[in-house]
Design a protein around this ligand. Structure first.
Ligand code: NAD
Length: 340
């Protein structure tokens, strides 16, 4: 059986990544769409052969509860809308994939997790890299201590935003924050799977060089982490700096991914040589992994707690910045938010 997915929000990620990937998935397929723009219905219907009864808008979305063709609702809206639609999907009895960042604060993450638990549906976050072979290799190297313990981990994730200053990503009400909410979660993820540990403290700094463009949201943030093992970490995330890298210096060598979180193709090397893995659509792998979690009871690679943990770190980073870089303690149980 293939599970039916309904995409909520037909913006660029749904249009250019998720929908095309769903033509190749083995355990799920594009069964429905939810859009606030009626003109998109015709285009999507003819391109993806979606029956009229599987098309919803934001107002009649809750009727999806009665539609047996839809098993999974995938929320691909601006960040401030993730909680509302994830919770409504759970209440409709549908499994949920919620894009990153999971929401715009920890309270909303809790509400999503609770709604999914209460309605007995599965929840996954759109962290596609956990299904991606270079990232999986990093996780293996860390788990097996291939280069001994990690002494230093650094992760950069940013791009140079130049387009429409009115876009939702620069509007705090819709995005919850700037670079940190958008690209920063990749860097946070990198230092965690690159050490295999949750951090125990963070100290952070914010920089603004184009205040006229970034009126409402953070432009560039750096943050330093401490880990129980003694590893230290550093991240840089930006809407003004192009960067996409993970680097770890270990007891007996090093490993690196560069790029570390773009769609395709990732590349990497270690002190022992180049890494070389087949390139496949990350979104295809990600959605199939989530469908397998439902159909075959395989491990959930991207549980809701992972999204919540990262949001707790995001909030700690903003707190540190508000206290002029003061160190903020983090108190996670060792495996909190890891795949489970
Ligand atoms: P986008 O701007 O291209 O699309 C947003 C969609 O939301 C549009 O269809 C728009 O019509 C709709 N929308 C509904 N209400 C809106 C409002 N009030 N303002 C603006 N748009 C509104 O954005 P996107 O790049 O598709 O991102 C959507 C989500 O997916 C975000 O949460 C983003 O972080 C996430 N995303 C994840 C990845 C990934 O690699 N996992 C990549 C890109 C985006």
């Amino acid at each position: 059986k293939k599970l039916g997915i309904a995409l909520v929000g037909l913006g660029s990620y749904s249009t250019y990544q998720l929908a095309p990937a769903l033509l190749d998935t083995e355990h799920c397929y594009l069964a429905g769409i939810v859009t606030g723009t009626p003109e998109k219905e015709q285009v999507w219907t003819s391109k993806y052969n979606i029956p009229k009864e599987n098309i919803y808008n934001y107002d009649n979305f809750d009727d999806i509860a009665d539609n047996k063709a839809i098993d999974i609702v995938y929320v691909v809206l601006p960040n401030s809308m993730h909680a509302d639609f994830s919770i409504r999907a759970a209440k409709a009895g549908k499994h949920v994939i919620c894009e990153k960042p999971m929401a715009i604060n920890v309270e909303e993450c809790d509400a999503i997790i609770q709604a999914c638990e209460e309605n007995n549906v599965k929840l996954g976050i759109g962290y596609r890299l956990h299904s991606e072979p270079y990232t999986q290799e990093v996780k293996r190297l860390v788990k097996e201590k291939a280069f001994g313990s990690i002494n230093y981990i650094s992760a950069d994730a940013g791009y140079r935003s130049m387009s429409d200053p009115d876009q939702w990503r620069l509007n705090k009400k819709l995005s919850g924050g700037g670079a940190l909410m958008n690209m920063g979660v990749y860097a946070i993820q990198s230092v965690i799977y690159g050490t295999g540990e949750n951090p125990i403290s963070v100290a952070a700094q914010e920089y603004s060089t184009r205040p006229g463009y970034f009126k409402d949201t953070d432009e560039t943030i750096t943050a330093q982490f401490e880990f129980e093992s003694g590893a230290v970490g550093n991240i840089m995330t930006s809407h003004n700096v192009r960067a996409n890298r993970l680097f770890a210096s270990c007891e007996r060598g090093w490993f690196e991914l560069d790029p570390a979180s773009t769609y395709i193709p990732l590349a990497g090397r270690t002190s022992q040589g180049e890494l070389n893995f087949p390139q496949e659509s990350q979104q295809k792998l990600q959605m199939d992994d989530f469908a397998k979690h439902i159909l075959l009871n395989t491990i959930n690679l991207v549980p809701g707690e992972m999204g919540k943990r990262d949001m707790m770190i995001v909030e700690a980073i903003y707190e540190s910045i508000s206290k002029d870089g003061q160190k903020v303690k983090l108190n996670f149980t060792p495996n909190y938010g890891f795949a489970g």
